[in-house]
Design a protein around this ligand. Sequence first.
Ligand code: FAD
Ligand code: EPU
Length: 391
Amino acid sequence: MENTSLKAYNTFGINVAARWFSSFETREELEELLSSYSGGTIKIPSGPAGSGQKSETRPTKPGANPSLLILGGGSNLLLTKNFDGLVLKNGIKGIELIREDEKYVYVRAGAGESWHGFVQYCLQRNWAGVENLSLIPGSVGAAPMQNIGAYGVEIKEVFYELEAWDLQEGKVFAFSLNDCEFGYRESVFKKKYKDRFIILDVTFRLNKIPKFRTGYGAIRQELDKMGVHELSIQAISQAVIHIRSSKLPDPRQIGNAGSFFKNPTVAADRFEALKALFPDIPGYPSADIVPEYSSGAKNEEHPGTTTGKNSGFPMAGVKLAAGWLIEQCGWKGYRRGDAGCHALQALVLVNYGQASGKEIYDLSEEILQSVQAKFGVTLEREVNIVPPLGG
Ligand code: FAD
Ligand code: EPU
């Protein structure tokens, strides 16, 4: 289809058009679309696991295809203008138990499956590991893109492998956990191989014996409120759903793409300096390595404490709450035209109706500058800006 509005295909509800738009539900359909688009003879091996065609070596050349946009649920995108190329919506479905042993089940899901639908499928079968990731919008195929995470869990913990079509070398590669180079809201697909691979399916290794993760934030409190005495993955999922629904805007009502920025990590000594100036500043132990490496003795007695000298974050650093930094700069609840900063969660930028992608981007730039000016901390956007703006 030519000149198709993408408004219904992105959760920000930005009304831009795609030069060409199509969707695919199988590898064969994808192959046909890519072939006709490139005028070539693309042949995607049928799954599973690339049917023996997967290569052992990782591709080395960097590469991108800016005239092609693969779309899942459009829940982590800010579209800044009409897309002058081909937009392909991934609709590859199917969930399959491929093997199991005493401890684990290995489950493959098509990239076009809904993420929350997949979580529910697992909950119904008592397969544990994704319950804390309940209600995250979007597709299974986009989940590894930024190693989705919430309430103390990231998908890298249950990820086994994925298959992706390489637009550059024209074959299917299988990526193991190591190959994906997962980090906080990062993977090889978001950086080094940006716009190069189409993820076709993802295999997860889920636990038969659950390891309950209730340490993060308000989960325990919510479980108490719900009157839960015996923990289960279903109860944790419900608690997460309640918490999320209480503060994150529903994109069907107010356009948004979740957290607009990442939570930044700073070195322990930077955090101490900030704490001296802003005593209430929240900080959490972070596994992310900070550029400005800071040394210091680890506080074994109180690991993870956020106060005092050598407060337990010597190596990796301290994660700051971007929502708090933004709120302190006075943005929470701010609205200009139809672009705004959500009143219940300052980290979420919103479209009240007719905002353009550029207006939301400009607001994000002002927020970024003010956080930089007040705290000397540089925020990094989490949302994918398509096409990119700025320097
Ligand atoms: P899209 O927005 O369609 O795509 C995102 C990027 O991935 C684009 O660059 C796209 O080209 C690429 N892509 C998509 N599918 C494929 C594929 N098959 N192959 C190759 N590239 C692909 N995220 C979290 O991590 N944690 C949260 O708690 C969270 N909460 C959210 C809450 C709300 C209300 C909203 C709106 C978003 C939230 N998000 C969260 C962000 C978002 O839901 C996730 O990043 C999700 O994985 C995006 O999936 P999608 O299918 O919508 O991706
Ligand atoms: N905070 C404020 N004001 C705000 C918002 C947050 O002060 O307006 C402070 C509070 O101190 C609060 C802390 O920030 O305790 C953390 O807030 P919250 O628990 O809401 O989580 P978050 O750090 O804002 C992150 C993820 C979310 C994820 C939640 C739960 C990022 C960028 N965001 O948000 O992911 O759902 O934790 O794990 O890491 C997303 O990626 O799109 C997303 C929604």
